[in-house]
Design a protein around this ligand. Structure first.
Ligand code: 5GP
Length: 236
C-alpha cells in the first residue's frame, strides 16, 4: 500500500505515516533478532505470518471486548493501526516458568506458576529492557496509578481469552509480552503485536515449542513452527 514518511524502524517492524493523521501503517519484516540484537537472522515469511496472526488475535480480542489499535490489513505484510502515544513498558504475563524467569529464579522450565505472574520492563534497548516495579513506574512518571491498574486488568483478561482459545487448538500459552498506548481521549489501548515473536506457545501434548524460542535457541524448524501456529489459528 502507498504510505507516507517512515517514522520508525524497529527490529521486526517499520512504521509509516498514512494520509490519515490518526492512523499509521505497520510493515512486518522477516528480520529476526534475539538477545537484544546480539543474534540476527531471517525467518522466511515471518512478516506475513506475524501480520496475519496478530490480526487474527486482535479480532478475537475485540469480540471479547478488548480495545486494541488494529484497524485493517491492506496487504499480507501490512496493517493499519490507530496512532497512539506508546507507554514505554513491556508488560509480561506468565502462566508457566520459562525463559528469563526460569533462569533468574532457578525454576525448572515448564513448571506451572501457582498464579499468573505480571512483570513490567522499561522499553529501552540501550539499557536492555530492565525490569521495573510499580514504584519505579510511578516515580519515573511512565504511567499513572490508574493507567497501571487498567494495563494489569487488560493483560489478565487477554491472558484468559487467549489461554482458553489456544487450549482448544492444542496449544499451551506459556507467557507473552504486551505493549499499550494512550489514544487521544487518554484511554489505555492494547498495541504492538501478538505472534510467536512475543509469545511462548507449546504444543499441549508434546510440549514442542511453536514460537521464536526455536530461533533464539537454534532448535531448527523455525518457519515450520510459525506455519503450524498460523494453521492452528486460521486453518490456513
Ligand atoms: P523472557 O523474559 O522469558 O525472555 O520473555 C517472556 C515473554 O515475553 C516471551 O514470550 C517473550 O517472547 C516475550 N518478550 C520478552 N521480551 C521481549 C522483547 O523484547 N521482544 C519481544 N518480541 N518479546 C519479548
Amino acid at each position: 500500500m502507498e504510505h507516507g514518511k517512515q517514522i520508525y524502524e524497529g527490529k521486526a517492524k517499520i512504521l509509516y505515516e498514512t494520509s490519515n493523521p490518526d492512523e499509521l501503517l505497520v510493515y512486518y519484516k522477516d528480520d529476526a533478532t534475539a538477545g537484544n540484537g546480539a543474534k540476527k537472522g531471517t525467518i522466511v515469511d515471518k512478516g506475513i505470518m506475524n501480520n496475519k496472526m496478530t490480526a487474527f488475535f486482535f479480532d478475537l480480542l475485540a469480540k471479547n471486548g478488548i480495545k486494541h489499535h488494529y484497524i485493517s490489513m491492506p496487504s499480507d505484510r501490512e496493517m493499519i493501526v490507530q496512532k497512539l502515544q506508546i507507554v514505554p513498558l513491556e508488560v509480561i504475563v506468565r502462566n508457566v516458568a520459562a525463559g528469563s524467569l526460569a533462569k533468574r529464579l532457578g525454576l525448572e522450565e515448564g513448571v506451572p506458576m501457582k498464579r499468573t505472574v505480571l512483570e513490567f520492563c522499561y522499553k529501552n534497548d540501550e539499557l536492555g529492557d530492565p525490569m521495573l516495579n510499580r514504584y519505579h513506574i510511578l516515580a519515573m512518571d511512565i504511567a499513572t496509578e490508574s493507567e497501571l491498574d487498567e494495563i494489569a486488568r487488560i493483560s489478565f483478561e487477554v491472558n484468559d481469552i487467549l489461554t482458553k482459545f489456544l487450549k482448544d487448538r492444542g496449544v499451551d500459552l506459556i507467557d507473552f509480552k504486551l505493549e499499550f498506548g494512550r489514544n487521544s481521549k487518554g484511554e489505555i489501548i492494547l498495541a504492538d503485536e501478538i505472534s510467536p515473536d512475543n509469545c511462548r506457545f507449546w504444543d499441549s501434548k508434546t510440549k514442542e515449542k511453536l514460537d521464536k524460542d526455536r530461533f533464539r535457541r537454534d532448535l531448527g524448524g523455525v518457519e515450520d513452527a510459525y506455519k503450524e501456529m498460523l494453521h492452528r489459528l486460521t486453518g490456513e
